[in-house]
Design a protein around this ligand. Sequence first.
Ligand code: BMA
Length: 387
Amino acid sequence: MISGLKSALWLLFLAGLFVSCHHDKKKKEVPAIDLGPVINPVERPVDSLLTKETEALWVNLKRLKGKGILFGQQDATTSGADWKHPISLSDVKQVTGTYPAVYGWEISGIGNTRNIDSIPFAVMTKRIAEVFNRGGVNTITWHLGNPVTAGTAWDTYPAVREILPDSIQHEYYKSQLQEVASFFNQLKSAGGVPIPIIFRPFHENNGNWFWWGKGHCTREEYIRLWQFTVSYLRDSLHVHNLLYAYSTDMFESTEQYLERYPGDEWVDILGCENYWDFQSGATISNGIAQLRMLVNMAAQRKKLAALTECGFDGLPIKNWWTQYLLTPIKDDSVARNISYLMVWRNANRKHFYVPFPGQKSFQDFLLFEQDTFTIFEKDLRDLYVIK
Ligand code: BMA
């Protein structure tokens, strides 16, 4: 059996060599995108040169699957409902006594002093190291401004085709990735350990609100952008502390989810972002159905699954945390296998996703934290060592 399998793999390898040489001779183009069926998935991350702590994160998140869900918040220690850096508090900690397990950060504006939300990159670097030292997990999004118009990420001029290899703005895109790589490469603990990051670029790609969204590039363009981004960071710029999360917004079927999926070799975490479905009793089952599909797709491919963004801006429902989010997920034998869920940032008292003392959902958030299935910092075991 094994030697049969080996020779089959060998043949496939030779065939691959032949095909790629053949292509090379004809023209030097980005290879055709063939995602193919999922065959004999291999349990390995996108980057075979991952730092050992990043690999440990991948292994330990897999081991935790089904045992609990890590809770996270965007900008948790740089921005609160009533404070902003240089103060460093955490609304999660103020309310529950413990920090979240996952922290989201935003690098739009990289190359400048501050990001899109006025957080200095130097402050972010410091906070990211603090998170790592406390045993928490860092994840980063990139609302890259439109590279052609110099507008924001929400400027939907179709720029993807113009930043791909051999296109007019490609060098500019590469220069942006060089900024990103030097940021990632300088994220180190006091002892010099590179800090693992879950990187989630070009998210919510099945919506139309970002320039990389569905209406503004073809499937092939999106996939080429993803693959170029990963290979340039990993192979040319030697960034080896990243797990790559691919996240759509809400979706209706596995086919729809996979339409722009860049392929198993290019993704470590299958994510989705869903604010809407968990905000009303009438739609929670849709949200759960999507998480079930997500978990199943991830399991088939030996990947992780996560609800990479969710939440309810302004938290208008008293028992939202336990009744709309936690119980439906925890009670579903499939959906409960997501690794983490993350709510968005507390910008001020009008735009917030975690309660502050006295807020309507405050007591319920305490119950959410106390539930044995949610993992906050105090519940974490060492995610950065393989035991
Ligand atoms: C949005 C809002 C904006 C913010 C952006 C990027 O959802 O919170 O205020 O600039 O995310 O963080």
